[in-house]
Design a protein around this ligand. Structure first.
Ligand SMILES: Nc1ncnc2c1ncn2[C@@H]1O[C@H](COP(=O)(O)OP(=O)(O)OP(=O)(O)O)[C@@H](O)[C@H]1O
Ligand SMILES: [Mg+2]
Length: 233
């Protein structure tokens, strides 16, 4: 998944290819006969090498573009950790974060929000704001362009635990991907659109707050993300 190792892998292959093409051209420039040339063409796999080149070059350019996207997004995805942990109302943070991310130009999706009056948690409000923004933006991406697009965000406190749920009626997450979505750099979005860091960072923030973040398939279709945090008293 790491686009840098992907670029390295391609460059390594390109360097091998360059050696083969070089050896082939050296023989030709050295005036080798047709029979020897055809033999070299086979043993050095010149035809395969040439037909592989466009994909290798294209893949390398794509990997480099992903790295550029990641660097550009680091500011957006990272979190300001000014100040130490404090007790605050997560309900306020969630409603602001939802407003913030849903107010963008990506209209079309209905966004429902249902929060208990107070959701007291201890930690860093800026970081938890970022988690909600990441989850809502993923949900908006998932429903984008679909008829009847709907996202719902809910928050409740019970049994010493604050739970925030973000769900959508998009395509959902296929079972074979469900275990990968929290991996760094895992993305199914095109180059220029996703870095694959949003959920990885969000997972880390939830864990740093003594909580958890899980992805589940909604029985009715679509995806559901649940963050659980210890309630502060
Ligand atoms: N609500 C969702 N519905 C369907 N798939 C999802 C949803 N949320 C996340 N995913 C899948 O998980 C992948 C990883 O999500 P993550 O937020 O980490 O990265 P991203 O959204 O692709 O990139 P970025 O967050 O940088 O914009 C997504 O590319 C997508 O395949
Ligand atoms: Mg994302």
């Amino acid at each position: 998944n790491n686009p840098i190792s992907f670029v390295y892998g391609n460059v390594h292959a390109l360097s091998k290819y360059s050696d083969r093409i070089g050896a082939y051209l050296d023989a030709i420039h050295g005036g080798c006969g047709e029979a020897e040339r055809e033999k070299l063409r086979r043993t050095l796999r010149i035809d395969d090498t040439l037909s592989d080149l466009p994909a290798l070059i294209g893949g390398t350019a794509e990997g480099a573009q992903r790295v550029a996207d990641i660097v550009r997004s680091l500011k957006r995805l990272s979190f300001s950790s000014t100040g130490g942990p404090e007790i605050f109302d997560l309900a306020e943070v969630v409603s602001k974060a939802v407003q913030w991310s849903a107010s963008g130009s990506r209209g079309g999706a209905a966004v429902g929000i249902e929060l208990d009056d107070k959701l007291p948690v201890r930690g860093n409000a800026g970081q938890l704001h970022q988690v909600i923004v990441n989850l809502v933006e993923n949900a908006l991406d998932a429903v984008s362009g679909r008829a009847g697009a709907h996202i719902s965000v809910s928050g409740a406190v019970s049994g010493g635990e604050v739970t925030v749920t973000v769900e959508d009626n998009g395509p959902g997450i296929p079972a074979d991907i469900l275990t990968k979505v929290f991996d760094p750099f895992f993305t199914t979005k095109p180059v220029g659109k996703g870095t694959g860091l949003g959920l990885w960072i969000s997972y880390g923030i939830a864990r740093d707050h003594g909580g958890s973040l899980d992805a589940v398939e909604r029985p009715s279709g679509g995806a559901r993300f649940v963050m659980r945090l210890p309630a502060a008293s």
